[in-house]
Structures are given as structure tokens and as C-alpha cells.
Design a protein around this ligand. Sequence first.
Ligand SMILES: [Zn+2]
Length: 133
Amino acid sequence: MTDLNTPLNNITFGQLMLTIFSIVVGAIAIKITITFDWNKHLEMRQKNLIMKLQNTCTHINLSFNEKKELLAEGLFESPPGTWQWQCKRFGLIRNNMSQTEVNETYRYYIKNFNEYKKRNNRFNKLLKKAGML
Ligand SMILES: [Zn+2]
């Protein structure tokens, strides 16, 4: 004559299935959210790295030929009829920059070759981090 009508004993098979079903749906929903955020996180990380790469880029290629002469190749291009300059390497866009300013940037690194090397090393490290090297 003991009353065993506790809620646990009242759970029917249907209710049990419903509970399992909602747990599974809940788990899937959480998984989708995590996957979504993870992709977003990766996308943000990639964007940040590209921004860092653009800012670390020297916008000039310096190398030495067999005669130990310094060869310089500027990477800024200006589409015809615009004041815009875009770096060929990582697409950094500079507005309202004059040819003189572009040349100043190049001259700086030609004069400070060590600074160029340092910056280039940093650039290559970032490339590796971004999985692009
Ligand atoms: Zn550049």
C-alpha cells in the first residue's frame, strides 16, 4: 500500500523517447553553433593576419644580383586615372599618395637595408602563420 507515484515512475516509454530526442536536438543545435562560431573565428583570424601582412609588407622587393648590385622592384601600382596605389603583394590600398611619397617609401628601405630585412623576416613569419608559405 505504499505510494510510489513519484514522477520518475510515471515516465512512459514515449516520454523517455521525447526526452532523448530533445537532448539530441539540443546537442546538434549546440554543435551547429560551435561550428558556426569556429568558422567565423577562423575568418576573423585570417582577416587579421592579412591586415597584419599588409601593414608589415615593405611594398618593395630588394635583392642582389651576381655583381652584388642592389636590385629594387617597387610593388605599388596605380590604376590609370586614379590617385590610388595598390601593393601587388597583399593588395594594400593607399589613397591620395603621390609618386614622390611612393618613391620615399622605396628610398627608405633601399637606404635602410637592415630594416628591410627585419621587416621581411617578420613578414615571412606571418606568412607561415597564415599557412601561405
Ligand atoms: Zn605591400
